[in-house]
Design a protein around this ligand. Structure first.
Ligand code: PLP
Length: 404
């Protein structure tokens, strides 16, 4: 009989969004007429801009013609035209990333999970809490020790390293999901310094970088000097350009990132990662890579920014509502997430139930992202404008009533 990888049995039985879906289903059965507004799941809702769709169609047409048909892509790292485009994009906000340091993938979630393959199981993993669940789950699956750095109200949900504690692999996410907080340049400099002193590797998730409006906030870990020696970065077109259903992202493993093997030899992490991907990943389809490259053209960037601006305005509406009501929150600026403190000291799930029952608005209980999320709640700005306004009117009514 095959043995299971019993680490899987240590995972939470019910993934957060399955729990939420169950509660919504039960509520709908009890109150069929309820007009539910969903501000929970972090999926985008606006269609992909025309210039991107045109590029994908052109890529599809090329696949139907003998002279331009393409089969397996030779490198598996992505077509040069896209890697060059991503490199140019990085340079536009001050991060010097070369095309050959970039590998194209089917989104950030896959690589956040897959990167664990190239590191040994005895590493100490540091995750900021609360966090995007993939960092924890993918390490629990291989039985690793995870330690946490607390993100909380006191530090503005931007955890900083404790130099008295050693970690080998560090997960950072900025702008953060779920808290919407961002790391400043100075804070990232401290993390890079900590990583150097501990010979650690930072896995930096910048999936929401396109939402950063403050020019002082770094859009990449590589805006920090010396980061290339200690950091891998993962980014995605999911939220930048509405690619959640198209699937395309990119991971940067710099040439300068080296790890010492047990026999004392210096090993290039990029080389090991390339080896892993070469065996287990066949790359992203040609038409999708054509679409992705169109995102980084002048017209592509203009069009995707119209969508991002729409979500940013939703975020502003939500954030303004919180400010008016005197509800504490982070995010909403530089981020599509608003992370607020549940009124009257309520627990996250308790407040979830209350919102659903009283105003039929669905969000995400902060407790689902880690222990420091308890008592906090996440709303997303990815919805429809009118529905966002309506949700905030209902929310204002509820909170005013509760805090009277
Ligand atoms: N990283 C963070 C922080 C996210 O919130 C998400 C998606 O919600 C992802 C990565 C994964 O994005 P994708 O796999 O769609 O590129």
């Amino acid at each position: 009989m095959p043995q299971l990888n019993e680490n899987f049995l240590r995972l939470e039985k019910n993934y957060l969004f399955i729990n939420i879906a169950k509660k919504i289903k039960a509520f709908k059965e009890a109150v069929p007429s309820a007009d539910i507004i969903r501000m929970g799941i972090g999926d985008v809702t606006l269609p992909i801009p025309p210039v991107v769709i045109e590029a994908m169609k052109k890529g599809c047409d090329e696949m139907g013609v003998k002279e331009t048909f393409r089969g397996y892509e030779d490198s598996g790292a992505g077509y040069d035209f896209l890697r060059e485009a991503v490199s140019g994009y990085y340079k536009s906000f001050g991060a010097d990333v070369a095309a050959d340091e970039i590998r194209i993938n089917d989104g950030a979630k896959s690589d956040c999970g897959n990167i664990v393959d190239i590191f040994g199981n005895d590493n100490v993993i540091l995750v900021t809490d609360p966090a995007y669940p993939v960092y924890v789950d993918s390490n629990l699956m291989c039985g690793r020790k995870i330690i946490y750095a607390d993100s909380n109200e006191e530090n503005g949900f931007a955890a900083m390293p404790d130099y008295s504690v050693h970690a080998d692999i560090i997960y950072l996410c900025s702008p953060n999901n779920p808290t919407g907080s961002v790391y400043t340049r100075e804070q990232l400099e401290v993390w890079v310094d900590y990583a150097k002193k501990n010979n650690a590797v930072i896995i930096y998730d910048s999936a929401y970088e396109a939402f950063i409006t403050d020019p002082a906030v770094p859009r990449s870990i590589y805006c920090i000097e010396g980061a290339k020696e200690v950091a891998i970065e993962m980014c995605s077109l999911s939220k930048t350009a509405g690619f959640t259903g198209m699937r395309c992202g990119y991971t940067v493993v710099p040439e300068a990132l080296k790890v010492i093997a047990s026999d004392g030899t210096e090993v290039s992490v990029a080389q090991i990662w390339g080896r892993r991907q070469g065996s287990k990943f066949n790359g992203v389809s040609y038409p999708v890579q054509c679409a992705a490259a169109a995102v980084f053209t002048e017209e592509g960037l203009r069009q995707i920014h119209e969508n991002i601006a729409y979500y940013q305005e939703n975020a502003r509406i939500i954030a303004d509502t919180m400010t008016k009501l005197g509800v504490k929150f982070t995010g909403g600026i530089n981020s599509p997430y608003i992370w607020f403190k549940c009124p009257n000291g309520m627990g996250s799930w308790e407040f979830f139930d209350l919102m659903l029952e009283k105003i039929a608005v669905v969000g995400t209980p902060g407790a689902g992202f880690g222990k420091n999320g308890e008592g906090w709640f996440r709303l997303t700005a990815f919805g429809d404008r009118q529905r966002t306004i309506e949700a905030m009117e209902r929310f204002s009514g509820l909170v005013s009533e509760m805090t009277k």
